[in-house]
Design a protein around this ligand. Structure first.
Ligand code: OMP
Length: 235
C-alpha cells in the first residue's frame, strides 16, 4: 500500500465532495475514503464514477454479519473496483475469511483484489469502555494485538487501529501487514469523538502504513492547504 493520506469524505452532499476534490490534486495521486454517510445517500454509482476518474477509493462500510452475508456483500464491493474496504475483526475468523473470498471472487480477471482491512477497536473506544461495556479482560493494546492476530490468520491484509498501537503491532504481528490509522488530530485540543489520537508526525514515527483524516481537513477554513500540509508531514 502506498504511504497515503486517505481523506475521509464524510459529507452528505456530492457538491461539497466535488468542491474539495477539485483542489486536492490529480485523481491518480489522490486517496479518498467513502464511508456510510455518503454511500447510503448516493450508493454505488458515486463510487464507480470516482473510480473511473482515477481516484483510489477506500470504501469503508465496516461489514459485520454472518459469513455468507459478508461473502456476498464483499463480492459486490469487489465489482466496484475499489482499492480497499473494511470489516469488523470482532465478526470472527470465519467471517473475515468469507470477506476475503468474496473480494477475490468478485474481482475481474487481471484486476487487483481490494485490500481487506479489519477494524480492531474503534478509535472512539477508551480502555474504560473496553473493560466496562465490552467486558473485555485484556488491556487495549492486548485486545488490539489479539484481534490483529485473528485478522491476519484469517486472511486480512491489514487492520485499522490507532497510531498509538502501531509500534507494538509491528513488533508482535510483523511488518508484512498493513496498519491503517484514523484518529488523526493536528493538536491535542480538538478530539471531537476520537479518543486514541495522534498527530500525522507521530503516526509516521509509530509506523502507520497510511492515515485516515476527516474533519481536520473537511472542516478547515482551507481544506486543500491543510491536506497538503498533512501529506508533507506524513509522507
Ligand atoms: O474504519 C475507519 O475508517 C475508522 C475506524 C476507526 O476506528 N475510527 C475512525 O475514525 N474511522 C473512520 O475514520 C474517519 C475519521 O474521521 P475524523 O475523526 O473526522 O478524522 C471517519 O470516517 C471514521 O469513520
Amino acid at each position: 500500500m502506498k504511504k497515503a493520506v486517505f481523506v475521509a469524505l464524510d459529507y452528505d452532499n456530492q457538491k461539497e465532495v466535488q468542491k474539495l476534490l477539485a483542489n486536492l490534486g490529480r485523481p491518480e495521486e489522490t486517496y479518498i475514503k467513502i464511508g456510510m454517510e455518503l454511500y447510503y445517500h448516493y450508493g454505488a454509482g458515486l463510487v464507480t464514477s470516482l473510480v473511473k476518474q482515477g481516484y483510489h477509493i477506500f470504501l469503508d462500510l465496516k461489514l459485520h454479519d454472518i459469513p455468507n452475508t459478508v461473502y456476498q456483500a464483499a463480492r459486490q464491493i469487489a465489482h466496484l473496483g475499489v482499492y480497499c474496504t473494511t470489516i469488523h475483526a470482532l465478526g470472527g475468523s470465519e467471517m473475515i475469511t468469507a470477506a476475503k473470498n468474496g473480494l477475490k471472487d468478485g474481482t475481474a480477471q487481471g484486476s487487483e483484489v481490494p485490500k481487506l482491512l479489519a477494524v480492531t477497536e474503534l478509535t472512539s473506544i477508551t480502555a474504560k469502555v473496553l473493560s466496562t461495556e465490552q467486558n473485555c479482560s485484556l488491556s487495549m493494546p492486548e485486545q488490539v494485538v489479539s484481534l490483529a492476530q485473528t485478522a491476519k490468520k484469517a486472511g486480512a491484509d491489514g487492520v485499522i487501529c490507532s497510531p498509538l498501537e502501531v509500534k507494538n503491532l509491528r513488533k508482535k504481528i510483523g511488518s508484512d501487514f498493513l496498519y491503517v490509522t484514523p484518529g488523526i488530530r493536528l493538536t491535542n485540543k480538538s478530539n471531537d469523538d476520537q479518543k486514541r489520537i495522534a498527530t500525522p508526525q507521530k503516526a509516521k514515527e509509530f509506523g502507520s502504513s497510511a492515515i485516515v483524516v476527516g474533519r481536520p481537513i473537511t472542516q478547515a477554513k482551507n481544506p486543500a492547504q491543510i491536506y497538503h500540509e498533512i501529506k508533507k508531514e506524513f509522507e
